[in-house]
Design a protein around this ligand. Sequence first.
Ligand code: G3I
Length: 379
Amino acid sequence: MNVMNKTFLPISAILLITAVSYSDCSSSKKITSNTSASSLKETFKKYFLIGTALNSSQIEEKDPKAAELILQQFNTATPENIMKAEIIHPEWDRYNFDLADKLVAYGKKHGISINAHTLIWHSQLPRFVREMKDADSVKQYFSNHIKTVAGRYNGKVLSWDVVNEALNEDGTMRKSVFLDYLGENFVTEAFRLTQQAAPQTELYYNDYNIEQPGKRAGCIALIKKIQAAAVRIDGVGIQGHWHLGKMPLKEIEESILAYSALGIKVMFTELDIEVLPRDFSGADVSQRMKSDPSLNPYINGLPDSVQQQLANDYEALFRLFLKYKDKVSRVTFWGVNDGQSWLNGWPVPGRTNYPLLFDREFKPKPAYYKVMALAGNNL
Ligand code: G3I
């Protein structure tokens, strides 16, 4: 597909021009880059997959700039919303596979592997499930949903986030319709049913803050329980919704070692770095903050000092990922560029956020060049 037209420069030209302009900066800002001709996926392909979350307009290739950047930079993708139960299974006996089928076709056409997201999650559930009042109905839904959805994409997607965010911050099980009606064993049962329905698909547990010691202990116990039941689990996804200047590097390193010791893949599945004020960590979508102009300080652009901090944070993270390249199998960003990030709308609506490696014009940011240079030095 020719996505170039006269209204914008191709992304490859933008990358080259931006690389040159960064190397022209004053020495304090200078960012070494020998990577102008390359891309994230090329640079890291020996080490791990590089992914992005895709929204529905990106799956349908409606935005030519996004379409070009995605194909250039990423070799794996996770649907941001369209495979969640609320969308793919809106009514008891009705499924909506349109966009998920398009995603699978898109991945096949472009050689992008798909991590399907997500089968069992307490959030974004269809109304009929939220209103269930008895165990039999929940059990039937649970089984039908997994068999039908996972079964349809068996062999067509690389992997499933089988269960998402089942844990509280202290490592205990989170209250949900599944815990209430099916009991703590619902996680193991979800993996068992998915294994049966999708034997050719890798099966992962995915959650945020599971690098933190308390939640990590709960997560390790959960994984061991699945393994003890002789049910397959292939990997764990540490989401990676972190905050500027507060990267939990020690906890991440400990977690890479602890999870890989269980014999499973370790992935960073929803990476972004919040640069705006927020008074809690993680990604619990039910948490909100009241809108206030002081919470949206960078509507006219990111100050250079913050931009540099963001670059340093990403560099430190990727240094760790590269140190453990034999254990980390995938790094997926939660969005293509800053303008398309969910963090513009959460936990405060209508903010201007800057959490990713590409800006609103799809141009690579200093963080991109720092990460790329790091890998270049590692080759
Ligand atoms: O589709 C409706 C649309 O019809 C409606 O007009 C519009 C009005 O608000 O809402 C649209 O739905 C929104 C949906 O994204 C699609 O854009 C929801 O309101 C909005 O809440 C939803 O947010 C998503 C969030 O999960 C919901 O739980 C974010 O895009 C998505 O990035 C986020 O992703 C989660 C991961 O799945 C799990 N880990 C945390 C991560 C961040 O919260």
